[in-house]
Design a protein around this ligand. Sequence first.
Ligand SMILES: Nc1ncnc2c1ncn2[C@@H]1O[C@H](COP(=O)(O)OP(=O)(O)OP(=O)(O)O)[C@@H](O)[C@H]1O
Ligand SMILES: [Mg+2]
Length: 238
Amino acid sequence: MPVISFANAKGGAGKTTAALLLATELAYQGFRVTVIDADPQRWISQWFETSGTVRNIEVVSEVTLASLQCHLREMASRTDYFIIDLAGARDALVTTAIGLSDHVMIPVQGSAMDAKGAAQILDLLSYMKEKAGLVIPHSVVLTRVTSMVTTKALLTIKGLLAARGVHVLDTPIGERIAFKELFETGGTLHTLDQAKVSNLDKAKENARSYAQEVMRLMPVKITRSVASRLFGLGRYAA
Ligand SMILES: Nc1ncnc2c1ncn2[C@@H]1O[C@H](COP(=O)(O)OP(=O)(O)OP(=O)(O)O)[C@@H](O)[C@H]1O
Ligand SMILES: [Mg+2]
């Protein structure tokens, strides 16, 4: 089962929102999703508490450096996708979670292109490759994109990242009230009230395309087994 972590050393980049959208969309598609809430601010845990039961989703809270691997091992048999939400930092927990991931998603705000936090994660990934021969696939996902952000600006950002050899998802995550609303009301885009949330259909469409693109990158079957990952066997070669 793929382990997908969301990392950006800068706070407020949109990690938790992107992680929750992916988790809820995959769950809606019928996959069993375990969200590992490795951010001490516990946003996803709070969302889960507000939501009550959400079909196909389990959330693991109070994750520490020592407990992370145990959670992955314990939940492996009943999980199709692991999603790890990380703090806006570059600390030992972030590094360990990245090392255990099949894919790292790096949300970058499309408008500001304040990519410093993203660059820190990209540097960390390069360092892991150089020093440990650990090649961890990763992608930037542009987020909070509004109609103010022109196609040309987005193409420029993609070009800059491509020059660094960084893959960027074709689907950007838009700036949507519905995505914020999830944290207020709990539940998923599919349980929000159409009458109360503007442009809910567009938000759903956006989340679906984004999740489909991630699923194409990370189909359930072609990943390392958790056993090999935890015991250091079969790691990606450089
Ligand atoms: N696509 C979006 N549309 C609307 N609001 C968004 C979107 N993405 C993020 N936000 C808002 O921006 C703020 C920061 O987003 P989020 O919590 O997802 O970032 P983060 O990277 O997880 O932050 P932290 O580093 O503090 O964990 C939140 O108020 C969130 O509701
Ligand atoms: Mg967060």
